[in-house]
Design a protein around this ligand. Structure first.
Ligand code: FNR
Length: 360
């Protein structure tokens, strides 16, 4: 049987050469949102490495939506030029460039992991964060986030819309909305972070309203023939929080609104979460969403081996497999897996001899 991992997948007008996707991963290496050669080489080498789709890290739709001052942004026209270079290179390698649009909400304004991953004060170049409700993520944070008013919510939606327009101009071919990991959109979705009493809080319909409004706004700028993904946290892993049942209901609505793939991650809403981390720990979320909402899903999280990824696809648990840390260890993971599985793929011509029989 042909390898499911190296089978094609058409989503709208694009045909992915295999099912291996590079998961978005912050590099904390930008200045004022601008990409540089680090991002070009980091993303470009993963395109050379054989992934069909490389999704660029959480890219902020506004300066205050950045997790750290070093996050990528797409809140100015000037950002586009370097992104065009990145997308052109990825496309030249027969891979597709994707971008994850994000607003970090109350988890914004922190230092990079190697600088302690802590809240930055205004003096340190930080800023006042915003959220659905004025609830701190960590109790020891000096200030709670500011509760967004209607005008603030309208600005967030407009920022996503403008970012989608710029992403298209920069030639990204897949747009992923980041609605996971306790960032702004997920904060609205989770009852543990959202205690609003207006039409953006309370009932399920109210808590998902921001996400659906952002999707509608993005769709006015993002071409109908290009894929739209949404990353969700399938569960908060905390009592009284967002859960997989709600994710299934949401996924049905996402399908109706034209979303192509639900990328099923989890956690991040609250610091008291209890995540049972082990290989494939999030795969059952992708499986339930796929089977019950009848929408394509992506599996992510501690998927590190070729046979493991093959099995997820063979078992019909997901349509795509995302790779995070394993692809940081090995940018050529797809080429390595193709070699291990004795699967014929088109290698970059410069690297072809890595695949010919060992002693040639
Ligand atoms: C991440 N992750 C992440 N997720 C996301 O949706 N947007 C992002 O920008 C980031 N940034 C990020 C940076 C780094 C350095 C890591 C390691 C992770 C989460 C990532 O995409 C993935 O979901 C997790 O790492 C779990 O998958 P793996 O690493 O077990 O394959």
């Amino acid at each position: 049987m042909a390898s499911p991992l190296f089978s094609l997948l058409q989503i709208k007008s694009i045909i992915l050469r295999n099912r291996m996707v590079i998961s978005p991963m912050c590099q904390y290496s930008a200045e004022d949102g601008f990409a540089n050669d680090w991002h070009l080489v980091h993303l470009g080498s993963r395109a050379v490495g054989g992934a069909s789709l490389i999704i660029q890290e959480a890219t902020a739709v506004s300066p205050e939506g950045r997790i750290s001052p070093e996050d990528l942004g797409i809140y100015k026209g000037e950002h586009i030029e370097k992104y065009k270079q990145i997308t052109a290179f990825i496309l030249s390698q027969n891979a597709f460039p994707g971008i994850q649009l994000a607003h970090a909400g109350r988890k914004a304004s922190t230092s990079a992991p190697w600088q302690g991953n802590r809240k930055l004060t205004l003096d340190e170049g930080g800023w006042r964060t915003v959220a659905p409700s004025a609830i701190r993520y960590h109790e020891d944070e000096a200030l709670p986030p500011l509760e967004l008013d209607k005008e603030g919510i309208a600005k967030v939606i407009a920022d996503f819309k403008a970012a989608a327009r710029r992403a298209h101009e920069a030639c990204y071919k897949v747009l992923e909305i980041h609605a996971a990991h306790g960032y702004l959109i997920h904060e609205f979705m989770s009852p543990l972070c959202n205690t609003r009493t207006d039409e953006y809080g309370g009932s399920f319909d109210n808590r998902i309203r921001l996400l659906l409004e952002i999707i509608e706004a993005v769709k006015t700028e993002w071409p109908v023939d290009l894929p739209l993904f949404v990353r969700i946290s399938g569960t908060d892993w905390a009592e009284g929080g967002w859960d997989v049942d709600q994710s299934v209901v949401l996924a049905k609505l996402l399908k109706e609104s034209g979303v192509d793939v639900v990328d099923c991650s989890s956690g991040g809403a609250v610091s008291h979460q209890k995540i049972p981390v082990e290989p494939n720990y999030q795969v059952p979320i992708a499986e339930r969403v796929k089977k019950e909402a009848h929408i394509c899903t992506a599996a992510i999280g501690l998927i590190t081996e070729a046979e493991q990824a093959e099995a997820i696809l063979k078992n019909g648990q997901a349509d795509l497999v995302f790779f995070g840390r394993a692809s940081l260890r090995n940018p050529y993971l797809p080429l390595t897996f193709a070699h291990e599985l004795h699967t014929d793929i088109i290698w970059p011509k410069q690297y072809e001899r890595a695949h010919v029989k060992e002693n040639k």
